[in-house]
Write a protein that binds this ligand. Structure first.
Ligand SMILES: Nc1nc2c(ncn2[C@@H]2O[C@H](COP(=O)(O)OP(=O)(O)O)[C@@H](O)[C@H]2O)c(=O)[nH]1
Ligand SMILES: [Mg+2]
Length: 207
């Protein structure tokens, strides 16, 4: 994919700040430090667009990037850390729920998981939550350069097993160091962005 332009259009802390329009979008989600910002920068060929190694626990926002005037990437804050107060966490939880439950433009979620380790409990919870909302999930196993080639297939299988991933979910090994997996990632992300499938938008989960 040739990226003619890519810009951060808004860091949204509240639902009313989500951009309007009919552009399809993909959300990117993962544990803090998994390599999400690096993934965004690598696939967009923009070195400093998404900030890497930000300290977690700061203001939480959904960062909307507008790409080639055609689609959005939405950088979702890393989960799996507890630096914020319970109250803040609850408020933020409601924003996230509103986003994943109701966002009609959302075509799928790129879930990043560290290729070196077993998916964590948080990874599994996130995956299950996305599936509950009938969102197609593309799994990107990050930091592939840190795993010896001979162990790649074993690590991919472990991710599939622990998540109990559905057959339709693709797992792609990726490295921001070498850009390994970039073309495959784009192929799958393009499929998601322009798929004709629609999901049922669920109303309140009753919590
Ligand atoms: N070796 C290696 N390190 C990576 C890779 N991707 C990210 N990192 C490093 O992992 C750390 C966290 O990356 P970052 O993109 O900020 O993660 P985020 O918190 O998920 O946005 C940084 O030190 C990155 O340089 C990768 O593919 N390979
Ligand atoms: Mg980041």
């Amino acid at each position: 994919m040739k990226i003619a332009n890519a810009e951060l259009i808004i860091s949204a802390a509240k639902e009313h700040q989500f951009p309007g329009g009919v552009f399809p979008e993909l959300a990117l989600s993962g544990r803090s430090n998994v390599g999400k910002s690096s993934f965004i920068n690598t696939v967009l060929s923009r070195k400093g667009l998404a900030r890497t190694s930000q300290r977690p626990g700061k203001t939480q926002t959904l960062n909307f990037y507008f790409i080639n005037d055609r689609f959005h990437f939405v950088d979702v804050p890393g989960y799996g850390y507890a630096k914020v107060s319970k109250k803040e966490r609850e408020a933020w939880g409601r924003v996230m729920e509103a986003y994943f439950q109701k966002r009609e433009q959302l075509k799928g979620v790129v879930q990043l998981i560290d290729a070196r380790h077993k998916p964590t409990e948080d990874d599994v919870m996130m995956y299950d939550w996305l599936k509950f909302h009938q969102l197609p999930v593309l799994i990107i196993a990050t930091k592939a350069d840190k795993v010896p080639k001979g162990k790649w297939s074993k690590h991919i299988q472990q991710i599939k097993d622990v998540l109990q991933a559905e057959d339709e979910d693709t797992v792609i090994l990726f490295s921001s160091e070498t850009a390994y997996g970039k073309d495959r990632a784009w192929k799958e992300m393009t499929k998601l962005l322009y798929s004709k499938e629609t999901r049922e938008i669920k109303q309140d989960s009753g919590e």
